[in-house]
Design a protein around this ligand. Structure first.
Ligand code: P6P
Length: 337
């Protein structure tokens, strides 16, 4: 099934065909993904209004991460909650913006999936009109669980049944994996539908582009210092080639670039974030992105272990992240010994 501009394949058709083919996905999972996609369309509209929407700036509240919430953080979170409460496909939801999981209201049926999300990743970029996005991860409710609790979310990333992100940039683009490859859908704003624009995305194993916040250099551990020093040394250095650097400070935008053309994204453990275990959150940032990256032929580690193998200890656990072009991630991991 190839994308064909003369006969566009919409997200619904793609998911129905996935559902039909050897039962790759269940109807409830298809419904969940369609509901999340519809919520992302609503978030895209709210984000796209910019200053005209009257929703830029801080909400005057904080989240469990200790971060000031943007108005659009709160709005995006509400959009995802409201969209997913009534469908009967979820047992509970968890969000970067909420201290604890959100139960499905009593008046609605419960389903067999758990949804985790960062409703608006990179929101500090909102007020300066730089790309932001939504990241989501889907887990199954453990067998026999009738009332999902926080503990039921604490599953290693290998247990994910689907993961995706939507980047609100020059175009609104959703990238999705169901465990059989990575596929890109671009929002046709006139039709209001996501159209399949790339199937089976693959990350080049090598790259000349690294993505890291260089202002943290003095805090990095030795293996990361060594890796970046070698990249910066260029063709006269041990790598024998020049590198370029990109840092958008929206994980969704940086990872989408890597999925699209290769690269290595790094938010490594450093002396500044060591006490919390890292900067990025495991369950709704690192895990979904790692699932996508691995499905696209890349690699994702903390520098010391595969991210998808980590058994979470708490809902908002943070981890170091090194992900992207396999040969580069392997090199950084090897430097960690
Ligand atoms: P820094 C955004 O706040 C985020 O969680 C990721 O999207 C992004 O990669 C990172 O933090 C940026 O962190 O320290 O460069 O602002």
């Amino acid at each position: 099934m190839k994308p064909n501009s003369s006969k566009p394949i919409f997200l619904t058709q793609f998911l129905i065909e996935e559902q039909r083919s050897a039962g790759k996905i269940k109807p409830d999972l298809r419904l969940l993904l369609e509901v999340v996609a519809r919520a992302c369309k609503r978030i895209s509209i709210a984000v796209g209004k910019g200053a005209l929407g009257g929703v830029l700036g801080d909400a005057g509240t904080g989240n469990i991460q200790g971060e000031a919430q943007k108005k659009l953080d709160v709005i995006s979170n509400e959009i995802l909650l409201e969209a997913n409460e009534w469908g009967g496909h979820l047992a509970a939801l968890a969000s970067e913006e909420m201290d604890h999981p959100h139960p499905i209201p009593e008046q609605y049926p419960k389903g067999g999936y758990l949804l985790l999300f960062d409703p608006l990743d990179g929101s500090s970029n909102i007020d300066v009109n730089v790309s932001v996005g939504t990241i989501f991860s889907v887990l199954k409710v453990p067998e026999g669980v009738t009332q999902a609790s926080e503990a039921d979310f604490l599953q290693p990333g290998v247990q994910q049944v689907a993961a995706g992100y939507c980047v609100y940039g020059p175009s609104t683009t959703m990238v999705l994996t169901l465990g059989k490859g990575v596929h890109q859908f671009t929002l046709d704003r006139e039709l209001g539908s996501f159209v399949l624009t790339q199937r089976d995305m693959m990350i080049p194993a090598d790259t000349k582009e690294f993505s890291i916040n260089m202002s943290n250099q003095r805090f990095w551990e030795a293996p990361v210092q060594r890796y970046i020093d070698e990249c910066v040394a260029g063709k006269d250095g041990p790598r024998g080639k020049d590198f370029n650097m990109r840092w958008v400070a929206s994980m969704v935008a940086d990872v989408h670039r890597i999925i699209t053309r290769g690269g290595v994204f790094m938010y490594p453990l450093d002396s500044k974030t060591q006490a919390q275990g890292g900067k990025l959150r495991l369950l709704y940032e690192a895990n979904p992105m790692s699932f996508i990256i691995e499905q696209a032929g890349g690699a994702a580690t903390t520098g010391r272990e595969r991210i998808l193998d980590i058994k979470p200890g708490k809902l908002h656990q943070r981890v170091p992240v090194i992900m992207g072009s396999k040969n580069e991630v392997d090199r950084v991991t090897q430097y960690h010994g």
